[in-house]
Write a protein that binds this ligand. Structure first.
Ligand SMILES: NC(=O)c1ccc[n+]([C@@H]2O[C@H](COP(=O)([O-])OP(=O)(O)OC[C@H]3O[C@@H](n4cnc5c(N)ncnc54)[C@H](OP(=O)(O)O)[C@@H]3O)[C@@H](O)[C@H]2O)c1
Length: 284
């Protein structure tokens, strides 16, 4: 039995869909905090178990009888280490034989503020003694393509990442990597640095959006305070805006770049080209 947490999230849904193409639904369970959101999966024969990362007891019952777990990192930044600690303890108690975890690119050396909870979680998993796989995911292409409306309205993509290259890949690409490590042998105690085949700068992103829309769109690099101001004005809560600015500054230092090709090798195909990801969100 394979169990996926965070399965009602955007990445989790793609992982479940990918697994359902490879294994019978009866061999798949998901642990979600709101089972109603997973009624479609239940109707297809997937076992839906309720578990909240902040309620350790629920994790322990959800993980019972499971052989492999994909722990999709929580999105509750700041609470994640304790939440993941509970998940790792539950996996240990359940005798899980493989714990895959969606981490962050170069988690052990990254200077990004976001990396700290991932690094801490990796350490907890190692200390547990459970055979693990760290899927160190780079940035999602969708971090940009899902947020193009202001760029189209103002003719500019803004950020503080300078000309730093960012090895973006789509959620579907990262989901395919998770499916690969869960369904094929030989991934125990491996660490995969995962990024897209063609790392991009935000200038290149702006050029591609301009090309496909026929509009004048440029990348405008802003000093960190100004970028934070843009984000907070757009409704991003202050602390999270700070985290996003910090990530951009990390990208400017090259910390979100990767040219290892490990994602391409794991999924056995090229990663999704930027042009396709942009086209997917523009009106036809
Ligand atoms: N690489 C990147 O660029 C990037 C970008 C954003 C996030 N991330 C990380 O990657 C993860 C997956 O990405 P995503 O796009 O799928 O994010 P997402 O759509 O926000 O999904 C997060 C999932 O975590 C679940 N969750 C949150 N708090 C929980 C709790 N207390 N107990 C149980 N489940 C909880 C959510 O449950 P509900 O469905 O009930 O809300 C959701 O299913 C994120 O959580 C975050 O750690 C990476």
């Amino acid at each position: 039995m394979i169990l996926v947490t965070g399965a009602t999230g955007k990445l989790g849904r793609l992982v479940v869909e990918g697994l359902l193409k490879q294994i019978p639904a009866q061999q798949l369970a998901i642990a979600v905090r709101n089972p109603e959101k997973a009624s479609d999966f239940a109707a297809r024969g997937v076992q839906v178990r309720r578990a909240d990362y902040s309620q350790p007891d629920t994790l322990q019952s959800a993980f019972a009888g499971v052989e492999k777990v994909l722990l999709i990192s929580s999105n509750e930044v700041g609470q994640r280490l304790e939440q993941h600690r509970a998940a790792v303890a539950a996996a240990k108690k359940a005798g899980v034989r493989l714990l895959a975890y969606t981490s962050i690119l170069h988690a052990d050396t990254s200077g990004l503020a976001l990396a700290a909870e991932h690094k801490g979680t990796e350490e907890l998993i190692r200390a547990s003694g459970i055979p693990f796989v760290f899927l160190r995911n780079g940035w999602y292409t969708e971090n940009y393509t899902e947020n193009l409306a202001p760029a189209l309205a103002h003719g500019a993509i803004v950020g503080s990442s300078g000309e730093g290259r960012i090895a973006v890949a789509t959620r579907a690409d990262y989901a395919a990597a998770a499916v690969a490590v869960l369904t094929r042998p030989g991934h125990e105690n491996k660490i995969y640095e995962l990024g897209g085949d063609t790392p991009l700068t935000l200038t290149e992103l702006a050029t591609e959006v301009a090309r496909q829309t026929g509009k004048a769109i440029v990348y405008k690099n802003l000093p960190p305070d100004q970028y934070k101001g843009v984000l907070t004005q757009a409704g991003v809560p202050g602390p999270f805006a700070g985290v996003l600015v910090d990530s951009d500054l990390g990208a400017a230092r090259g910390e979100l770049n990767d040219t290892s090709g490990e994602l391409r090798r794991l999924i056995g195909r090229p990663t999704t080209p930027l042009a396709d990801a942009v086209a997917a969100v523009l009106p036809r």
